[in-house]
Write a protein that binds this ligand. Structure first.
Ligand SMILES: *[C@@H]1O[C@H](CO)[C@@H](O)[C@H](O)[C@H]1NC(C)=O
Ligand SMILES: *[C@@H]1O[C@H](CO)[C@@H](O)[C@H](O)[C@H]1NC(C)=O
Ligand SMILES: *[C@@H]1O[C@H](CO)[C@@H](O)[C@H](O)[C@H]1NC(C)=O
Ligand SMILES: *[C@@H]1O[C@H](CO)[C@@H](O)[C@H](O)[C@H]1NC(C)=O
Ligand SMILES: *[C@@H]1O[C@H](CO)[C@@H](O)[C@H](O)[C@H]1NC(C)=O
Ligand SMILES: *[C@@H]1O[C@H](CO)[C@@H](O)[C@H](O)[C@H]1NC(C)=O
Ligand SMILES: *[C@@H]1O[C@H](CO)[C@@H](O)[C@H](O)[C@H]1NC(C)=O
Ligand SMILES: *[C@@H]1O[C@H](CO)[C@@H](O)[C@H](O)[C@H]1NC(C)=O
Ligand SMILES: *[C@@H]1O[C@H](CO)[C@@H](O)[C@H](O)[C@H]1NC(C)=O
Length: 414
């Protein structure tokens, strides 16, 4: 009897520890309800690294993670369309607000507004008082399917000039129907392994004894994205491609597939140059700059990139002396097989199913393409022409000699 009792309390202790563990691993959790039940459910972790100015004109950096006194004042279910938001306060130091917009089959984050209050001298010691400083970013390219619980264990990083925002272990469902959180999980792209290195935390329970060794797995090919740039109402640049970035700053290359679904694009078209700029949560910018050269041809002249690595540090490379994707003006350039654009010693772009037209786009459509296989087959053309000519010459000579022979035999008959 006594034995049983100890066992029960032992199990109870384990359960208690598990609960405590769960509470600790998801410090932020919100379950908003309305008359039908749950209308919004979220649990996640986040921290912010903020650089601020001090009274003696130097800069200090602090990392703020969830304190014990988190409040969610101002969070709201809204109605079925708007007003849905999560608002979080870390005392008086941080206020964080996310609002959602619903579409027919998905919803998206309209904006993330982070404000930090340098008047809070315990969080920002020695700060030159700036009061509340807002930092705004939007995430409208990420589509969260309705009636699914979105799960993203991976670390997502957003950098702005003075703030690094980190989010991980996200479970989210906004616009919950019928009051019950969905059992269907929608896993974010970042949780689907694509890299040969493993910079991402997948486990909720870290085991201190084993450090995960990166196991090289064959990198999947990136999804093909369609990008375009408009000038007024007209499309002036078209690009279709799957992009994989290869950064070799360290011994193990960092391979990164660009996900078109979560990547924004802009650009501009000028008479002699055209630019396509991609950006997403990890890539501050990736610029492709095309130029016109003599003989009425265009080519990829310049690539500029600035992105954040898994550890949050920035990586930038630029090269304006490139010569790739060369084709006549008025046509497009295409290459279905994998091609490597080597930008620098530490940075290369692998392209898949590439098609680009940076100039003279008419009616928003690609013109005839020059295929990259033609680049290699070019030397075959003179050989083929030569061989054909030799063949014709042989035939002519053969015909001549046969004719001559006939002629002779004809003579002898008479
Ligand atoms: C902030 O989050 C990152 C990513 O999870 C983590 O590596 C880092 O230790 C955190 N910093 C603090 C101070 O909590
Ligand atoms: C949040 O609301 C609670 C109770 O309504 C209140 O006591 C607290 O001061 C509020 N916190 C903030 C940061 O507004
Ligand atoms: C979300 O917040 C931003 C700024 O805080 C505001 O401009 C925008 O209109 C809001 N959107 C919705 C759908 O409430
Ligand atoms: C900023 O922090 C100070 C000191 O904690 C507080 O008095 C003030 O109300 C805060 N301002 C905002 C906008 O939260
Ligand atoms: C919510 O309830 C309505 C009516 O019963 C049903 O048609 C709908 O499929 C339910 N939605 C979900 C996500 O279960
Ligand atoms: C990445 O770049 C390195 C160095 O250029 C190269 O050895 C490696 O094969 C590349 N990996 C991929 C997947 O392109
Ligand atoms: C690319 O980067 C270089 C160096 O940072 C800069 O000088 C150049 O203006 C950039 N090109 C474009 C088109 O922004
Ligand atoms: C982040 O990683 C890069 C290479 O992968 C390294 O050069 C850099 O020093 C690292 N930054 C920090 C802050 O650890
Ligand atoms: C540009 O590249 C060409 C050939 O690749 C090379 O000859 C030239 O020196 C390079 N120019 C600069 C400024 O690097």
């Amino acid at each position: 009897m006594r034995f049983r009792l100890t066992r029960v309390s032992g199990a109870g202790l384990v359960l208690f520890c598990l609960l405590l563990g769960a509470v600790q691993s998801y410090a932020l959790q919100l379950n908003l309800t309305d008359s039908k039940g749950t209308c919004l459910f979220a649990k996640w972790e986040m921290n912010f690294t903020i650089s601020y100015e001090t009274t003696n004109k130097t800069h200090k950096t602090v990392t703020i993670s969830e304190p014990s006194n988190v409040t969610y004042n101002g969070s709201s279910c809204g109605n079925d369309r708007n007003g849905t938001k999560i608002v979080v306060q870390f005392g008086s130091a941080i206020s964080w607000e996310v609002n959602f917009t619903k579409e027919a089959s998905y919803y998206f984050i309209d904006s993330i507004l982070l404000s930090y209050n340098t008047s809070d001298s315990t969080t920002f010691p020695g700060a030159a008082d700036k009061g509340s400083v807002p930092v705004n970013n939007s995430l409208q390219t990420v589509k969260f399917p309705l009636n699914n619980i979105y799960r993203c264990n991976s670390l997502l990083i957003f950098n702005t000039d003075s703030v690094v925002q980190r989010y991980w272990h996200i479970h989210l469902q906004a616009f919950v129907e019928n009051g019950t959180v969905s059992k269907k999980e929608h896993v974010c792209e970042e949780d689907i392994p694509v890299t040969t290195v493993a910079p991402i935390i997948h486990t909720t329970v870290p085991s201190p004894t084993t450090t995960p060794t990166p196991t090289p797995t064959p990198t999947p090919t990136p999804k093909v994205g369609n990008y375009n740039v408009t000038n007024g109402n007209a499309t002036c640049l078209l690009a279709t491609m799957g992009l994989q970035l290869n950064i070799t700053e360290e011994k193990v290359p960092f391979i990164f597939n660009i996900n078109p679904a979560t990547t924004d694009f802009t650009g501009k078209c000028l008479p002699q140059t055209a630019q396509l700029r991609l950006n997403n949560s990890q890539i501050k910018y990736l610029d492709f700059i095309f130029a016109v050269k003599s003989e009425n041809r265009f080519y990829l002249k310049e690539v500029n990139v600035s992105m954040y690595l898994a550890n949050g540090s920035a990586f930038s490379v630029s090269n304006n002396n490139l010569s790739f994707w060369d084709a006549p003006l008025g046509s497009s350039y295409m290459c279905n097989k994998e091609q490597v654009v080597s930008v620098s010693r530490t940075f290369q772009i692998n392209t898949f199913n590439l098609k680009v037209q940076p100039f003279n786009v008419t009616e928003g459509k690609y013109s005839t393409a020059q295929d990259c296989s033609a680049d290699e087959d070019n030397f075959l053309v003179p050989i083929a022409v030569g061989a054909a000519l030799a063949g014709v010459l042989t035939l002519v000579l053969l015909a001549y000699f046969i004719g001559l022979k006939r002629h002779h035999t004809g003579y002898e008959q008479f």
